[in-house]
Design a protein around this ligand. Sequence first.
Ligand code: ATP
Length: 249
Amino acid sequence: MSTDLLEVQGLRAAHGQLVAVRDLNFSIERGEVVALIGANGAGKTTLLRCLAGVHPSAAGRVLLDGKDITALLAHQRVRRGLAMVPEGRRLFDDMSVRENLRVAGDHGRPGDWTLPKVLEALPALPPIIDRPAGALSGGQRQAAAIGRALMTNPDVLLLDEVSLGLSPLAVEEVYRNLAHLREVGRTSLLLVEQDLSRAMAFADRVLCLREGRIVLQGPAESLTREAVTAAYFGVEASVEAERPLETQP
Ligand code: ATP
């Protein structure tokens, strides 16, 4: 039996005439951490939004735990266990972090991620739990947004550019929190990360998108930086698409 938790089959998405995601096929296993990389405009955000159900798909299917969720709306997908931390991390600024988390919990599904568990998994949160979201720094907002998504008890968490606009210190903090989360191992992560080194160091597997297509994928430890960079910029000759490469000395 397949251990795939999320299966994407022939997924296509467009913005008007412009096809941003072209017939993508990939899957993510339970507990797996997958980094989605690619240059600006490669289709990463469109893919994530499409999976979350906030952008329509033009063709293909998305299966979560073997069930077809393609026709479901975003909030219905959240209830099935698919949540997204969007780029820009929208929070209710007038509400405290605690209230933001509670509201999310009310709109998710029951499960192991209770408020105490989320606070334990994201050490950045306890010190700021009673602060208004509007008063947080960028890194703190990001941690709160991740916590909010966790409160819905996702099996799969989609994260769009968690580092965007953050100071290097804040990025470190966000990744320390994500590392905690990954140790808990309960949630699969699909994260867009522009920093190649970080993506390759953090993820179990890397998916490289170019012009809406997967041009390279494989276990992070078996991909060389050269192969990933070549795929990223479109130097076809040194790229073996859809197949892990051997580790090179
Ligand atoms: P970035 O790193 O710049 O966010 P990305 O890999 O996330 O890039 P997308 O934002 O998904 O890529 O964009 C994919 C393609 O779709 C690009 O050609 C982009 O110009 C186009 N696109 C994205 N959003 C829209 C929109 N709202 N309307 C029209 N075209 C769009």
